[in-house]
Design a protein around this ligand. Structure first.
Ligand code: COA
Ligand code: ZN
Length: 291
């Protein structure tokens, strides 16, 4: 069985690094990720440069990547209509619009109420009907300010988004507090209620639970999972958020278990090790070579 890996390091990983990473370095990592077999990649975000200065080169990154890799599934995170406009005008066909399940994290992250973000999503859908829009739902498994919001709140929120026409969702454990029992409960429920939708999962690795939680989701029927090279990552607006699930560890586990990822583990591991030498950051991967 095939599992599609969505590499989000060039966005979720890089956004947390204070020192500016030059465009050439970002592109080199993206090139090597493609060379290792990555087919789906979130390459940047179109956000306010005041909120995340690291992403100020989004337009350049997208222009170059689209030219080099016209057939890959490349996308960017956008927090508002302005971001969607920039993504669209730069040539992207797909964006992820992030909205939090919790009101307080949405305000911390996007400086808007959830209601305002939902209205902004409607504007994006209305203005750019040609764009494929995935909604990243942040804090699904717990919020740094409000704790666990519970499955009922999630289902209400999903229904609202479904009625707006969204069929692609990414359920995010923004601060890495999920556990497998909770993941199973949520995934079984959403797949049962929305068989016509695609759900991805995005799990941070705060308590070393990234792999077990991602595997729990896969064993409940999820086939698209997000991760970052080296486990680099974290949300700058969520206290306590740590690294992501490491792509190379995930690929290793899945391939050993007989799933197909179509990604070269050794190339990914070499790249991950190399990345740690050029970018100082919050890594959850182990980068260990064993013969
Ligand atoms: N891309 C680039 N610039 C943007 C922008 C975007 N998508 N959206 C707004 N801006 C600019 C505005 O033009 C304005 O610039 P100016 O001060 O030079 O006039 C400035 O940013 C502030 O705009 P405003 O609409 O008042 O936004 P805000 O200050 O309320 O911030 C967001 C709202 C959503 C733009 C900001 O919180 C943000 O970018 N958040 C992203 C958070 C993130 O990436 N989190 C991690 C990923 S989950
Ligand atoms: Zn994340």
């Amino acid at each position: 069985m095939e599992i599609q890996i969505f590499e989000v390091g060039p966005r979720d990983g890089f956004q947390n690094i204070c020192d500016y990473i030059p465009v050439e370095t970002k592109l080199k990592i993206i090139d090597k990720l493609v060379d290792a077999g990555i087919q789906h990649m979130q390459i940047t975000s179109f956000v306010s440069p005041k909120a995340i200065p690291q992403m100020r080169d989004a337009k350049e990154i997208v222009e170059i990547c689209l030219k080099k890799y016209p057939t890959l599934d490349l996308f960017a995170l956008v927090p508002n209509l302005r971001g969607a406009q920039m993504a669209y005008e730069t040539g992207l066909k797909k964006v992820t619009n992030v909205i939090s399940l919790s009101e307080s994290h949405n305000r911390a992250n996007i400086n808007r109420s959830r209601e305002q973000s939902l209205e902004e999503l409607e504007r994006i859908l209305h203005t750019y009907p040609q764009l494929e829009v995935c909604v990243d739902i942040a804090t699904v498994f717990g919020c740094p300010f409000e704790g666990d919001l519970g499955i009922v709140a999630l289902l209400d929120f999903l229904q609202n988004l479904y009625e707006k026409g969204i069929r692609l969702f990414n359920l995010c454990d923004t601060i890495g507090v999920a556990h497998p029992k909770q993941v199973r409960e949520i995934i079984k429920k959403v797949l049962e209620i929305y068989p016509d939708c695609t759900f991805q999962i995005h799990i941070h690795d705060t308590r070393n639970m990234g792999m077990v939680n991602t595997l729990a989701a896969i064993e409940c029927g999820i086939t698209e999972v997000q991760s970052t090279l080296g486990g680099l990552g974290g949300c700058p607006f969520a206290p306590g958020a740590s690294g992501n699930t490491a792509t190379e560890d995930l690929v290793y586990m899945l391939e050993k278990m007989g799933y197909e990822t179509n990604i070269n583990f050794q190339k990914l591991l070499d790249l991950s090790k190399w990345q740690t030498t050029i970018i100082q950051g919050n890594y959850s991967g182990h980068h260990i070579h064993i013969k």
